[in-house]
Design a protein around this ligand. Sequence first.
Ligand SMILES: O=C[C@H](O)COP(=O)(O)O
Length: 249
Amino acid sequence: MKLRKQMVAGNWKMNGSVELVNQIANAISAVELDKVDVVVFPPYPLLNNALQNELVVGAQSVSEHEAGAYTGEIDAQLLAELGCKYTLVGHSERRSIYGESDEVVASKFQRAQCQGLIPVLCVGESEQEREQNLTESVVSRQIDAVINKLGVVSLVKSVIAYEPVWAIGTGKTATPEQAQQVHKFIRDKIASLDDAVSQSLILLYGGSVNEKNSELLFAQPDIDGGLVGGASLNPDSFVNICKSAQGNV
Ligand SMILES: O=C[C@H](O)COP(=O)(O)O
């Protein structure tokens, strides 16, 4: 039994359709939403459809800037006005493909919170960094960028998703023990600064989560659910993953 309410988030990345929004909305009615928070992160053009279907919704990224001359960027204020509750910040694809630095990610985190959005801060090491035993220092550095800018209390209204880069979209999931080890490291690190913040913080695991491995991953004491990519595009799989989280509460 866990005290923290579990959470399962589906990051659709640059996938999905109006039809998929409808299918997911129908499928989710089978989940006990008092036990697990279910959130979908569709591409921006589908946010409104998802909201109309009464899904809890987040954006996949957000601008660090206030509204203005930033062609192609999306303002946190507008996302909040639309009805989004969450936004991802620092997903590894944003860091590696679009060059988002720890500092930019921390600014996005700040801008999101200023507008009442809950940032889901994504952290995780590459395969090479894991082989060099740098997992803890990489994850620490990524989290410290936020703590140093905004203080540990800023984590109260946030979620952290540990997503080892080598497990994203590869089918190579971290074992429950590997994932738990890093989640415990993160929780202990934050506890050393503020125990209450640490104990209430939702920590998600992401990286090739599917309906076969989710139950064991989510059963780990410091894993509070998952950030699911590929498997969140299949309504049956996504619902089964959500159901595997609801059993822990
Ligand atoms: O945000 C989700 C992660 O990138 C995981 O994606 P994946 O489940 O397809 O490995």
